[in-house]
Design a protein around this ligand. Structure first.
Ligand SMILES: [Zn+2]
Ligand SMILES: [Zn+2]
Ligand SMILES: [Zn+2]
Ligand SMILES: [Zn+2]
Length: 254
């Protein structure tokens, strides 16, 4: 889920996450199912509707669009109408700055200390994710295996971000963030279909569950623990390409 950090009217840092498209300016804009709005403190160099950030339909990359032909820069460089954004970019609209962050899988260029989750070293060439809240680095496998960032005081909601990202355009995958006690999965004593050791125990209250969005002749719809699902390359029942969806959404595995 892309996030913009900025300084609000109370002169404090604030975070705004958005699903698909967000308009940024000094005037509020009516929000719709497709678009959100971010109103920033008055700035004589900023327009009522200054810019927007949206996700390219083709590449799924976040793009900054200048709507007013005025002062719009990324990392200090003026943009020509459009600019693909990357995690960590600084956006300047007039005198106001915003920081764009997003979860991306990166390939480590050098050894980078130890992973705060598993304690193993982070080696050059390994895939990793930088937590967007504090710049700590986790193995990407470790990042996807934990509900929240393990750094003390960080609590970045990894699972919520995964479910927000994959539940939105273009995947629209169905999740259960915390199974309620009266869920049919619990009432019928069903188990996760991943056949992991943890799956000898049937579904429990508050577990995060995903319903497979794949289709063979019929919708697959099999239920898995979110954690089990993230560990599999494909759905064993219908062949849905889980790894590919994660790669497209969060970054490359070359
Ligand atoms: Zn690790
Ligand atoms: Zn963190
Ligand atoms: Zn499972
Ligand atoms: Zn399936």
């Amino acid at each position: 889920m892309p996030t913009l950090r900025y300084i609000n009217r109370q002169n404090q840092w604030e975070e705004k996450t958005f699903a698909r498209t967000i308009y940024i300016g000094t005037e509020p804009r009516a929000e719709t199912a497709e678009t959100e709005s971010l109103q920033l403190p008055p700035d004589p160099y900023m327009s009522a509707e200054h810019a927007l950030v949206t996700r390219s339909e083709l590449t799924l990359k976040p793009v900054l669009v200048d709507l007013c032909g005025c002062d719009t820069r990324v990392n200090g460089v003026p943009i020509q109408q459009l600019k693909v954004l990357h995690h960590g970019n600084a956006i300047y609209l007039g005198k106001t700055s915003l920081f764009f962050s997003e979860i991306r899988i990166i390939k480590l260029k050098e050894d980078s200390g130890h992973c705060p989750l598993c304690g193993d070293p982070l080696l050059a060439g390994e895939e990793a994710i930088v937590c967007p809240r504090y710049p700590s680095i986790l193995h990407s496998e470790c990042w996807f295996s934990t509900r929240k960032c393990p750094d003390a005081g960080c609590e970045y909601p990894n699972y919520d971000v995964i479910m927000d990202s994959l539940g939105a355009y273009p995947w629209h995958i169905r999740f259960e963030r915390a199974l309620p006690f009266d869920s049919p999965l619990i009432q019928q004593g069903l188990s996760c279909s991943a056949n992991q050791v943890r799956d000898f125990v049937p579904f429990q209250r508050n577990e995060a569950v995903v319903y497979c969005p794949g289709k063979l002749l019929h919708p697959c719809n099999i239920s898995y623990h979110l954690q089990c699902w993230l560990e599999m390359a494909k759905c064993p029942n219908c062949g849905y390409e889980i790894r590919e969806v994660l790669t497209t959404t969060f970054g490359s595995r070359e």
